[in-house]
Write a protein that binds this ligand. Structure first.
Ligand code: FE2
Length: 295
């Protein structure tokens, strides 16, 4: 037993006001603003994205979920076997609203919160302020994160020990003699919960993804983003590996947010493949990582 979902994500952002507006009017998530932070809700869980004030404008922590106390203890034992220091934090567990929590830092320097027993609020149903019909979460977790790493092979081995398996690889052509290898890993039926690449990036987080239940939700959010002058960094398209129909926009923190629908899921008969391109069609890069605008 091991990590079974991306349970939540934390972001350190300079402008919480801009994030609140972005979350409520573009992403369509509910926002609880208290204790100087924003807690974004997308489903029956009390919260899924925690935004606190900070200068990094980047990922500040990742919440890796285990199914129960036994899986939590077994994952801690695996981390000890890997020589990774962990720190049990009852105080932080209380703050996050989970039963047990331990901190560790992964090989890319990401602060990870391993936990089980998140607060679920079926008595207060999720109601999107923009009318989003809902997000694909439950046993697939929050969505996926894509991380810039220096050592992709080491990162793959590390997360494989914690319960992740490779879904596929994309060798993305960046120029005539430059290929960016991207590795995609799953820990539940979601095609990838974690992807990573040795991308030259000032931020650890390349993007965060939410998946809607209907295709129209993606189109409606795209329309709202364009109308509100939210920078669209990648046009509508369909990915070659998870077959996700999506687009990418820039968050108030400058990293990308992928908004998608229709991804295929991995099953027990899954075979690992590789691809030469990230998309079947579309996904034209409109703003390069770092901010340059393309025509
Ligand atoms: Fe993605």
């Amino acid at each position: 037993m091991a990590i079974t979902a991306l349970g939540y994500a934390g972001i350190a952002a300079r402008d919480l006001g801009a994030w609140q507006k972005f979350a409520e009017t573009i992403l369509g998530t509910q926002v609880d603003a208290d204790e100087g932070c924003l807690k974004l809700r997308v489903d029956e869980r009390a919260w899924r994205i925690w935004i606190e004030r900070g200068d990094a404008d980047d990922l500040s922590f990742v919440g890796w979920e285990t199914a129960n106390a036994n899986s939590f203890a077994e994952t801690l034992a695996e981390l000890a076997a890997l020589g990774v220091a962990t720190q049990r934090r009852p105080d932080l567990a209380l703050r996050r609203g989970v039963r047990e929590l331990a901190l560790f830092v992964d090989p890319a320097g990401i602060v990870c919160e391993l936990y089980w027993g998140a607060t679920t609020r079926l008595e207060k149903p999720f109601i999107s302020p923009t009318g989003i019909s809902g997000f694909v979460t439950r046993n697939q977790g929050l969505g996926h994160v894509v991380i810039a790493v220096a050592d992709p092979a080491g990162y793959e081995t590390f997360y494989n020990r914690l319960g992740f398996a490779v879904s596929d690889y994309i060798d993305m052509a960046m120029g005539p003699d430059m290929v960016l290898p991207i590795c995609f890993m799953h820990c539940n039926p979601r095609h990838h919960t974690l992807a990573f690449a040795p991308a030259p990036s000032p931020k650890k987080l390349l993007h965060l993804m939410l998946q809607t239940r209907t295709m129209d939700d993606v189109g409606l959010v795209h329309d709202r983003a364009v109308k509100a002058d939210v920078p669209i960094s990648m046009s509508l398209g369909r990915h070659s590996n998870d077959l996700m129909f999506s687009f990418y926009m820039l968050t108030p923190s400058g990293f990308e947010f992928e908004y998608g629908w229709g991804a295929q899921e991995v099953g027990k008969d899954w075979h690992v493949t590789r691809h030469d391109v990230t998309s079947v069609w579309g996904h034209k890069m409109l703003i390069a990582p770092g901010g340059a605008t393309h025509d």
